[in-house]
Ligand binder design. Sequence first.
Ligand SMILES: Cc1ncc(COP(=O)(O)O)c(C=O)c1O
Length: 436
Amino acid sequence: MGISQELYKKAKKIIPGGTQLFSKRPEMFLPDLWPAYYSKAKGCEVWDLDNKKYIDMSYMGIGSCILGYSDDDVNLAVDGAVTNGNMCTLNAPEEVELAELLCELHPWAEMVRYARCGGEAMSIAVRIARAATGKDIILFCGYHGWHDWYLSANLADDQALDGHLLQGLFSKGVPRGLLGTAKPFIYNNTEQFLDLINKNKGKIAAVVVETIRNYEPKPGFLETIRKVTDELKIVMICDEVSSGWRLNVGGAHLKYGISPDIAVFAKGISNGFPMAAIIGKSDVMQAAQETFISSTYWTDRIGPTAAIAAIKKMKANDVPRYLSIVGSKIKKGWSDLANKYHLKISVSGIDPLGHFSFNYDNHLYLKTLFTQLMLEKGFLATNAFYASFSHTEQCVDSYLMAVDESLAFISESLKNDSVVSDLKGLVCHAGFKRLE
Ligand SMILES: Cc1ncc(COP(=O)(O)O)c(C=O)c1O
């Protein structure tokens, strides 16, 4: 066991849950063996505390680093913000420049507010929608963060959120008074959405959707939501925290011809520096003035500076096109190599955010074994790949060679019934659970 793994053991004793982001828990990848901490990250290369180098072919900062880690151009802009003062009693002028840039990219939007994280930005969007409509209920599909408005969906049924990215989310600590204020429907299930609309008529503040996550929207799904919300004066919110900047420069809703009332960006907007933006139509956004939404660190200069630099670079290089090319090559690689070794897998996700699952009862063991084998070959890898501008053809090719060898091993392991004994540690976790 190396320094990184030892440090994580210590962390679990002093930090409840070990990490600040559930998706960074080593237990989600390879319990006890995942390198857990980094000393340096550049492009798609990562060094752990033992100075071992890996190529990150997994989540790239959980989707936050579209240009690659520590991008030189974004860093240069951020250096300027640091040198000239990241914080001041006066405001950062970059806030206005970024607002203009975002409204230019999204011509339906007229006003912009900022935060620094995806979940809090979604909370702001929901607060604005409730303030603008005077209604309480939120209909939603997808994952939208850790805040009370969202987790309250699990007060009614502790599995209500299971189909929306993360399984098993606990809602302890969320006031029971919020019961019935957030109601989920399944993406692409227009009938279920319409049923919820009918059952809650007159009480709905907003409909919140992740514009796209695993599947293309079925024809008519997003359009029906837009039409119904328009007719009933309900705020339509597109959560672009994960989908934004990957299919086009801006929100994915642009690609599907949808103009929501509010769209929310975080993560990918600023290539790893904390930043989030809530953009919207002015009649809805002005409701932000009739409630209290305010925080000191939403005013720092690094956030908007990094976002402006990242957006300009994504636009100048047509980065979304590159992400789709790289991502589709990886998805095809998974399918072809699984066929080569007669392994049953399902590949899904949009090209820039692809993933696969093993279609076997012991799929979690197979996923863990895959990560173990890939780590031994120098890759941070799981059953997903988030494409970045730093993933060169060469690293894609070397990754697919390693996948080839790993799937060959897994196929033999299945034949020999030795999957469990081939694992050097425990099986990975499937969803949210308490750490011991
Ligand atoms: C669609 C979506 N919304 C909201 C969030 C929450 O963002 P954050 O982790 O920055 O709070 C995420 C994070 O993965 C997300 O994918």
